[in-house]
Design a protein. Structure first.
Length: 221
């Protein structure tokens, strides 16, 4: 079992639950932080002290407050840590269940496990810890289909943004204006029309409303 684990979670009740689960698994040293910046500094100092953490369990979203953060989200923290310390094991424990987000964290940032906060979240987290200890990727049931061949439809961040605006009732003309005002490219109406037509074909959608329904069902937005 891991002997030294860091938990990065800003909700005290959830942090206590994770701490209890780690104790039940026999983890000897557990430290908790409520800010991603503190997590980064603790991990860096532990490595310099030749007493590194073996596992980080981190949420993705953290509420902002008076304290300015270099790493405002768990995703920012994870990206930096995996760049600097690729051997550090990381499990995401988050309410976020969008499959596209899971794919990004696994494929781009090499996260070792992804567990959704749910009624059985702590049970799944314990399974994830055991699996990651054995060098196996773990995904909780809510997001296990992220790499299912039947759901191997890829959309990028631009597509996600476009589809979210569409789902919120924006017309294509309004989306074009929004993108231009926010320096998002491509922003021309013709480019947006072409992208939506491509997505409709890829997802076999009859129209824009059907397209939004499909990608929502797949957990992509």
């Amino acid at each position: 079992m891991f002997t030294k684990v860091l938990v990065s979670e800003d909700m005290e009740d959830i942090s206590k639950g994770v701490h209890t689960s780690l104790c039940e698994l026999g983890v000897k040293e557990i430290q908790n932080v409520q800010y991603c910046d503190d997590a980064y500094l603790k991990i860096k100092k532990a490595i310099l002290d030749d007493a590194p953490f073996q596992l980080l369990i981190s949420d993705l979203s953290f509420k902002s407050d008076y304290r300015e953060q270099k790493f405002p989200s768990g995703e920012d923290l994870i990206k930096k840590l995996k760049e600097e310390y690729p051997s550090l094991k990381i499990i995401v424990y988050s309410i976020e269940d969008r499959l596209q987000k899971v794919r990004t964290l696994i494929t781009d940032y090499n996260v070792d496990g992804y567990v959704c906060k749910s009624r059985r979240g702590l049970t799944e987290l314990s399974k994830a810890i055991k699996s990651v200890l054995d060098h196996k990727l773990y995904l909780s049931p809510e997001v296990a289909q992220a790499f299912n061949s039947n759901n191997n439809l890829e959309i990028d961040d631009f597509d996600v943004h476009l589809l979210k605006l569409l789902s919120e009732g924006f017309s294509q003309e309004e989306i074009s204006t929004y993108f231009k005002n926010n320096n998002i490219s491509p922003s021309s109406l013709s480019s947006i029309e072409k992208r939506l037509n491509k997505l409709r074909i890829e997802f076999k959608a009859n129209n824009a409303i059907h397209l939004v329904a499909i990608v929502k069902d797949l957990g992509l937005i």
